[in-house]
Design a protein around this ligand. Structure first.
Ligand code: ACM
Length: 551
């Protein structure tokens, strides 16, 4: 079994700024290619004047999008966003108007344009329309761009939102800046039709090893939403800190949340903070999955309440990075009062479908106790109307019907996991040697751990989630999720340096069709994201595997 603590943890890097290193590749040729209009689009118009084709050169090709869309058909002239552009919401839907206001809020600062949102009819401008083909499903969209208009059509608000993220990527990176930029703001002509491969496309943040504020969490949500990630798993409790207020057991947060790795002050989310995170995420079509890790990884809870310990003695708070030493007391009935109360309160403030009960690295719990405990914890989750998610060790117990197991191994061959998938347990894939974002990129990466190896950008991207688990069809895979454990991470810069570029690749693995997963295509499209991240203030890892354009 993989044990994270077997590998020496990196020292606390709090004070250490992520290094960019001498890795920036300056490839002007790529920049030129990015500036060329999609050739099919240019030829399709036929009648473009010299001035038009001059203009067209500043258009990003329609297929330079991450994640790769299902279908891209370049055609016709670009649309130019300008002083007369309005954002139309023809069907007066509240959700479409909200999406339109979000788009306007995104475009106004950098373009300096008024971009009024209107429900008045008309075929010009940017049009957000609810409707379209059934095949678009709950998250798909169609984007049609021509000289007259850009129209995004979707059956649901999530599709409009995802279409807007595509539109963002079709505009110059400077659109992401907070102050006025020169433009021009052109969108290549043609049609994109797009739907996701997997329903669950996730990121996880460990707010227990180091606490992250609501503002830091929102910043990360914004970043994941740009790539159509729709699930944000918050690892809310662990040995080092309990991060969510529970009214019936108040010391969990006030005492159990009072420190972190390295001994800093820690912190916790009030219920209002948590609701604010949920609301903010929902506005960006992201569902929150709260995790209360049990029966191991519970030192913060055991330190807060002596009665949860089998010997009745509360251990001290813990600020190190070992794992596997703590366990709730399985034979004691009060343990299940605790589980019931916590699950009830967390479920009550979580509108999403899932509640994650951890279950990993319970090395201080006997197998028999583990199975008994997971039975009761799963029952509590069902009692409060949620679907169980557990780390894949849950498959060694008795996953309830409908449960989801999150796979974090490195081979995809564990028989228990394969058998559980055959029996109907759905899998979310987080292979640690692929998409654990806390793994160092190389031996020189100043942050992160390396127990699952070094995970460069290609290693992270170049695999197929549908074919990963032995003898298991793609239909058993609910999706992918990129965890980010925070033993060595304590700032937004740290998060971003480890997440980018790899998180964009996870988004593509989750969204794009298997046939579209191609490293050579991906690395070119990924390179174009670099200037966008710079414009957003994201200090990403400039992997030498990616031909980043000069900035
Ligand atoms: C894990 O990394 N212990 C899920």
């Amino acid at each position: 079994m993989t044990v994270r603590s077997l590998h020496p943890p990196a020292p606390d890097r709090k004070a250490e700024a992520p290094s960019k290193g001498p890795l920036v590749r300056r490839l002007p040729r790529l920049l030129c290619s990015l500036l060329l209009v999609a050739s099919a689009g240019a030829t399709a118009t036929g009648s473009a004047s010299a001035a038009d084709s001059e203009d067209a050169r500043s258009v990003i090709p329609l297929d330079h999008v991450v994640p790769a869309p299902v279908s891209v058909r370049p055609a016709g002239d670009p649309y130019a966003i300008g002083s007369r552009t309005v954002i139309r919401v023809p069907d007066r839907s509240r959700e479409a108007r909200k999406a339109a206001e979000q788009l306007a809020g995104l475009l106004r600062p950098s373009t300096g344009l008024a971009l009024p949102v209107t429900s008045r009819g008309g075929q010009d401008g940017i049009v957000l329309r609810l409707g379209g083909d059934r095949e678009l499903g709950s998250e798909g969209y169609r984007l049609d761009s021509s000289r007259r208009s850009v129209t995004i059509t979707a059956r649901k608000a999530a599709g409009l939102f995802h279409g807007i993220q595509t539109l963002r990527q079709l505009l110059p990176a400077s659109v992401e800046k907070g102050e006025r930029q020169p433009g021009p703001w052109r969108v290549a002509g043609g049609t994109i039709t797009d739907t996701p491969r997997f329903a669950y496309r996730g990121a996880m943040l460990d707010v227990s090893r180091h606490f992250f504020t609501v503002g830091q969490v929102k910043r990360y949500i914004d970043q994941m939403a740009l790539y159509k990630i729709n699930t944000f798993h918050l690892h809310l409790s662990d040995d080092q800190g309990w991060r969510i207020a529970i009214d019936s057991w108040p010391r969990l947060a006030t005492y159990g949340g009072s420190t972190q790795v390295g001994g800093g002050p820690g912190g916790f989310y009030t219920k209002d903070d948590y609701r604010e995170i949920v609301r903010y995420a929902a506005d960006r079509q992201v569902e929150i999955v709260p995790e209360i890790d049990m029966p191991g990884h519970t030192n913060a809870a055991l330190a807060s309440y002596a009665e949860l310990n089998c010997n009745g003695v509360a251990p001290p708070l813990y600020t190190g990075t070992e794992v596997g030493f703590s366990s709730l007391c399985v034979p004691k009935e009060i343990t299940y009062d605790f589980v019931d109360d916590v699950v009830r309160e967390v479920a009550a403030m979580t509108p999403g479908r899932y509640l994650h009960i951890g279950g990993d690295e319970a090395h201080s719990t006997s197998h028999e106790d583990y199975v008994a405990f997971m039975d009761r914890a799963q029952a509590a989750v069902a009692k409060y109307g949620k679907t169980v998610v557990g780390w894949h060790q849950l498959t060694g117990a008795k996953p309830v019907k409908g449960a989801v197991a999150q796979y974090w191994g490195t081979t995809g061959t564990e028989q228990e996991v394969v058998d559980a998938a055959k029996a109907g347990t759905r899998l979310v894939l987080s292979p640690a040697n692929r998409i654990y974002l806390d793994m160092k990129y190389t031996k020189d990466t100043p942050l992160g751990l390396s127990w699952a190896g070094y995970v460069e950008v290609r290693q992270s991207y170049d695999w197929d989630p549908g074919a990963y688990i032995k003898d298991t069809p793609s239909s058993a895979i609910l999706g992918v999720e990129a965890p980010l454990w925070s033993e060595t991470l304590s700032t937004s810069d740290h998060i971003e340096f480890m997440a980018f570029p790899r998180l964009a690749g996870v988004a593509e693995l989750g969204w794009s069709q298997a046939a579209a997963l191609d490293w050579d295509s991906y690395r070119t499209r990924l390179a174009a994201q670099g200037p966008r991240w710079s414009a957003l203030g994201i200090d990403f890892y400039r992997s030498p595997q990616v031909p980043w354009p000069a900035e």
